[in-house]
Design a protein around this ligand. Sequence first.
Ligand SMILES: C[C@@](CO)(OP(=O)(O)O)[C@H](O)COP(=O)(O)OP(=O)(O)OC[C@H]1O[C@@H](n2ccc(N)nc2=O)[C@H](O)[C@@H]1O
Ligand SMILES: Nc1ncnc2c1ncn2[C@@H]1O[C@H](COP(=O)(O)OP(=O)(O)O)[C@@H](O)[C@H]1O
Length: 330
Amino acid sequence: MPALHDIPAPAKLNLFLHVTGRRADGYHLLQTVFRFIDVQDRIQLERRDDGRVVRAIDLPGVPEEIDLSLRAALALQKATGTSYGVNVALEKNLPAGGGLGGGSSDAASVLVALNRLWNTGLSRQELMRIGLTLGADVPVFVFGQNAFAEGVGEDLQAVTLPERWYVVIQPNASVPTGAIFTAPDLTRDTPLITIADFSASLNLSSGGGLTGKTSAADEVGGIGSVGFQRCFGRNDLEPVVFARFEEVARVAREVDALLAAGSLSRPSAVDSTGSQCKVRMSGSGACLFTEHESEAKALAAAQQIAPKIQGVRWVQATAGLKVHPLLDWI
Ligand SMILES: C[C@@](CO)(OP(=O)(O)O)[C@H](O)COP(=O)(O)OP(=O)(O)OC[C@H]1O[C@@H](n2ccc(N)nc2=O)[C@H](O)[C@@H]1O
Ligand SMILES: Nc1ncnc2c1ncn2[C@@H]1O[C@H](COP(=O)(O)OP(=O)(O)O)[C@@H](O)[C@H]1O
């Protein structure tokens, strides 16, 4: 039977995440930059002639009915009327519910790969539309490029990001996304920003900016123009998560203390006072990350964090990706 092996489903980070409003259906309007990173789930797909969608490997804690990799296959079947089915074997490496979009990425990779295996011939736009019915984070993984996102996360513009490495830290907590978005203390009125505002915060002197031009803000602020990137924006979900999950708040405090003491290999960005940017949460958490200018610095930081901060589930140094590995599959 035709099959596709070792299909990657990479994680994402939200470099910042602003909640700017709320729609009538309860979904929130966001502004965020999604960056793909080089840690991934892997998927094997075997085509079936009997139309069944079968899970070939159990995923503990995730029943079949909610498994986004299977739901994606069913959604593509429904949209195209294909008579094919598939065996789906998911090698899960990404922490579930970590704010790294693992389930969404699995769904996107299944959509893109099955579109090939089933010869269904849908366009990227059509696959993104199906993805959005599965979750707000799915379209960006089908889009395939690092992106500035608006709407509920589906209105995407590609961005070119500088080469960076990250340390991703998973505290011992699982954060339910829905409950964080409905929290009464979530602020939903962060002022809108533009891509140019974000671009201006990048290290333009190394050619990593989105526009390639030095902004007035860099020249006035000074720091952006001397080879540093400035901390940009914030994650509005962070205070809500920190107030409810003490473990996440504790790990963030302890990483920040290492940063303030200069014990961590220097991250890539600084704030307006010249201090290192604080550790930041991705999505609705619980994962936290720091950003670094080189692989060596990220590896060194990960090695320092792992023994000094007790009780974390996962610490990983990883590269930011230029594009999604399946970008040219559509
Ligand atoms: C917060 C983010 C940031 O990238 O990432 P994660 O933490 O999930 O990785 C996403 O917006 C999450 O996307 P995703 O996980 O696909 O969300 P969905 O399954 O569609 O929705 C989960 C829950 O979050 C709420 N939700 C989600 C997205 C959004 N823009 N507004 C919302 O209010 C939904 O109402 C739902 O209760
Ligand atoms: N294939 C999948 N992998 C991981 N989680 C999944 C999957 N399918 C459904 N889920 C459910 O989605 C929730 C969110 O998972 P995930 O997308 O990995 O994290 P997040 O949305 O925080 O980035 C999980 O808690 C789990 O119940």
